[in-house]
Design a protein around this ligand. Structure first.
Ligand code: SF4
Length: 506
């Protein structure tokens, strides 16, 4: 089982651990397929999905292009609503601000909901270091907190666990054996967390969208815990990445159409809460004090970068993870960072700034483009992954074997005669490794590939070789062919002769 304590240091090693874990592979495959099918059905049912994807993309492009303006507008409006707004440039700063609020309020416990940003900041550890208990209240987050692990999916943090493993974890917490029955397990967690909501001094959440025109923040959720977190404790802290902004409530309509469908295939999430400031005089509930901490932590490094600025358009729906053939096999922990899947492979090096340390995760992709097709705001993740790989090679950190292979490929493809000779050699050489029509070499550089797939063997005679034979047969009267096709063939032969004469190739 992969967890934070793994000693595997490369993506390849971590992926191998995941592939050896049958429970993990089955659990991840089962849930990602369910989510992906749900998303596709919801998009089809919508009827106008591509148009709305484009609208979503345009809203995100516009917002990020004018991010400074919308951030200031949001902060001004939130302050006018009575919210304390803080800007944190780094993870350390965000943690310091949070701890200062907790200490000022004399907090002993915090209930949390919906916050990948707090994962990014390792905030739970920091809170524990000053004696504050931090309790995750999303069911999946609660499970992985008990397991001492990190989320392995943006929206389904415990995707890698099945109900038997979850029953074991919750039984240990309950002090009695709980059956692997989802209703019973959820009932236990509900009762347990209810006590925590009532005791907590601070409620802490992330934020799906922050609405600049009114200084409000919006949360999408299915369990109702975010409502408890934002209404029961006296103090409320929201931590949000600086890119969570959208200009207006009208823009939210587009996002509210795209996000739940892309994330879970739902038309709407069960709860959508809009929060505009702390409790007012006549409100029945809500926090008396509210803070919003706007976190940069490497995000502004992407602004103005033509290759990566679109990363900030991400609405954290997780659809690219569910669509990715690599993620579906290895799950999230193999990526090594807070964010996993195609978005994690690009976002982790971008946020950390330390490209060299993270540049192997760009290889955890087949570059098939499924992530782009799935993305509701059309982020070209596959192109970013290619760019990351190129940057790694240009910085001299590429694999020597790969570089030699590419040079060989370029040499072979650079001339017709060389290509034909290489093809003939390959046709002869492959006889050593071909069985039942497929290449099954389980040693050397092809070992990883061939262990799971059969590469079709090269045909005994290539298309070009068969074409040449046909031409000769026609000329010598052995075959008959339609005169129009014959004329076209003759034309082609002449063009080829001219081309080869012009380039010096035979
Ligand atoms: S990159 Fe696109 S698909 Fe992936 S999480 Fe972000 S918005 Fe969703």
């Amino acid at each position: 089982m992969i967890d934070r304590g793994t000693t595997a240091s490369t993506v390849k090693e971590r992926a191998q651990l995941a592939l050896n874990d049958d429970f993990l592979r089955k659990a991840v495959k089962f849930t990602t397929e369910r989510l992906r099918n749900g998303k596709e059905a919801a998009a089809e049912q919508h009827g106008n999905w591509e148009e709305w994807r484009e609208r979503g993309k345009q809203i995100r492009l516009h917002t990020i292009a004018y991010l400074d303006y919308y951030l200031n507008l949001f902060a001004d409006n939130a302050r006018a609503n009575g919210v304390h707004v803080h800007f944190a440039e780094t993870a350390d700063e965000a943690v310091k601000i949070t701890l200062a609020i907790a200490e000022h309020r004399g907090a002993r416990s915090v209930v949390k909901s919906k916050s990948m940003v707090t994962e990014e900041l390792h905030l739970n550890r920091a809170l524990e270091s000053i004696g504050v208990e931090a309790v995750e209240t999303d069911l999946g987050e609660y499970i992985i907190q008990l397991a001492g692990e990190t989320p392995s999916h943006i929206i389904i943090p415990a995707i890698h666990k099945n109900r038997y493993q979850i029953a074991d974890l919750l039984s240990a917490e309950a002090g009695e054996i709980l059956p692997p029955d989802t209703a019973i397990l959820a009932g236990f967690v509900r009762r347990k967390l209810r006590e925590k909501f009532l005791e907590a001094d601070i409620g802490m959440t992330g934020c799906n969208f922050a609405i600049a025109e009114t200084g409000s923040m919006v949360l999408f959720e299915n369990e109702g815990n975010a409502r408890m977190v934002t209404t029961v404790p006296k103090t409320q802290i929201t931590l949000m990445g600086m890119e969570r902004i959208i200009p207006s409530w009208a823009d939210l309509e587009v996002m509210a159409t795209l996000l739940p469908r892309s994330a879970t295939g739902q038309k709407m999430t069960v709860y959508m809460s809009g929060i505009t400031g702390p409790k007012r005089k006549h409100d029945a509930d809500g926090p008396e004090e509210m803070h919003i901490i706007i976190v940069d932590n490497g995000r502004s490094l992407q602004l103005g970068d033509p290759e990566f600025q679109e990363l900030l358009n991400c609405i954290r729906c997780g659809a690219c993870l569910n669509a990715c053939p690599v993620y579906r096999h290895i799950g999230g922990h193999a990526y090594g960072g807070t964010y996993s899947g195609p978005i994690g492979a690009v976002l982790t090096p971008a946020l950390n700034g330390n490209v060299a340390e993270w540049d192997d995760i760009a290889n955890a992709s087949s570059l098939c483009g499924a992530c782009y097709e799935a993305c509701p705001v059309k982020i070209p993740l596959h192109e970013m992954l290619v760019y990351l790989r190129r940057r790694k090679v240009e910085a001299g950190r590429g694999s020597k074997a790969e570089s030699l292979g590419m040079k060989g490929f370029a040499a072979v493809m650079g001339g017709a005669r060389r290509y034909r000779t290489a093809l003939k050699l390959a046709q002869l050489g492959q006889k050593l490794v071909v069985r039942d029509g497929g290449i099954r070499m389980k040693v050397g550089p092809l070992k990883g590939w061939s262990s799971y797939r059969v590469t079709p063997a090269l045909a005994d005679r290539s298309f070009r070789q068969r074409w040449d034979t046909l031409e000769q047969e026609i000329r010598s009267g052995l075959s008959e062919i339609d005169p129009t096709v014959q004329k076209r063939m003759e034309q082609k032969r002449q063009e080829r002769g001219q081309e080869q004469g012009g380039h010096g190739h035979a």
